[in-house]
Design a protein around this ligand. Structure first.
Ligand code: MGP
Length: 254
């Protein structure tokens, strides 16, 4: 029997196919809750020192893989971005997809903002998504998030007909090629690894996007993302007077 359109889509305008069923992921040996500096690998000790700014509930059992420490958004910044999205997003947009969910900082903040009918968090590393889900449980919001362990680019491609682009916002906090990103005076988004700004912008086609990028990013390259006749807004997010990162708010091409 042919399915009726209302069976294909849930209230959020997203296909209710099995890909949206959330699974539970188990922590692995790569997921750690470091309690003593001496146990922390030297290259992430700087971030461990900032653990309570990264997750205020760190002591409740926050877990991260060693690589996830570099990329997690500190909680006050994640909350401010979530709040800025509440203020700037028209009510017609009801779904947010975090395409590089990492240890979950942003997805948790989106859930705590109570703004979205659906929050989809995609992370390709199984150990990292297990940390993110564990961390979201600590904040009491794990069940408000749909967890997808997949490559975001494949996921967006495979679901291109079922995602309602007019209702969806993409949040992307990609890898910046490691903590040495700041060695370049101006960060080149074209050569960002493993995904360039073009790769990410193309994947977001037809959807508004918020791109979390190095504070030193090349602004000319960001300006080129603006659709004709529209502007891209760039916001620097600071803590203790210093920028941590910028977010480029890029409208969809109409
Ligand atoms: P940082 O510049 O490495 O640290 O990261 P800090 O303490 O600001 O630098 P310093 O100048 O005081 O030494 C700053 C913030 O950028 C981190 O908290 C993360 O939110 C973010 N960040 C850093 N890296 C390397 C990445 C990354 O690869 N991807 C993403 N998405 N965010 C990152």
């Amino acid at each position: 029997m042919a399915r009726q359109p209302e069976e294909d889509f849930n209230m959020n305008g997203v296909d209710s196919s099995p890909t949206l069923e959330s699974k539970s992921f188990s922590l692995t040996d790569d997921c750690h809750h470091y309690q003593r500096r001496a146990d922390v690998p030297w290259d992430i000790q700087k971030y461990w020192e900032q653990r309570y700014s990264i997750f205020s509930l760190y002591d409740e059992g926050i877990h991260m893989t060693d690589d996830a420490w570099f990329g997690v958004t500190p909680e006050p910044v994640a909350r401010q971005i979530a709040s800025d999205l509440v203020a700037s997003t028209p009510s017609s947009k009801t779904v947010i997809i975090d395409i590089f969910a990492g240890a979950g900082g942003n997805a948790i903040a989106f859930a705590l903002s109570n703004r979205w009918s659906a929050i989809i968090a995609i992370e390709k590393e199984a150990s990292v998504i297990a940390c993110a889900q564990n961390n979201a449980r600590i904040y009491g919001v794990a069940d408000q998030i749909t967890w997808i362990n997949d490559d975001s680019f494949s996921y967006l491609k495979q679901n291109q007909t079922s995602i309602d682009r007019s209702k969806t916002v993409i949040f992307a906090s990609p890898p910046w090629g490691g903590p040495n990103y700041s060695l370049d005076g101006v960060f080149n988004l074209k050569t960002m690894l493993p995904y360039s700004i073009k790769d990410i912008h193309t994947a977001c086609e037809g959807m508004d996007s918020a791109l979390f990028l190095p504070r030193t990013s090349n602004l000319k390259q960001i300006a080129r993302l603006a659709p004709k006749g529209k502007k891209v807004e760039v916001v620097q997010y600071c803590m203790e007077g210093a920028s941590k990162a910028l977010v480029a708010y890029v409208p969809a091409v109409a």
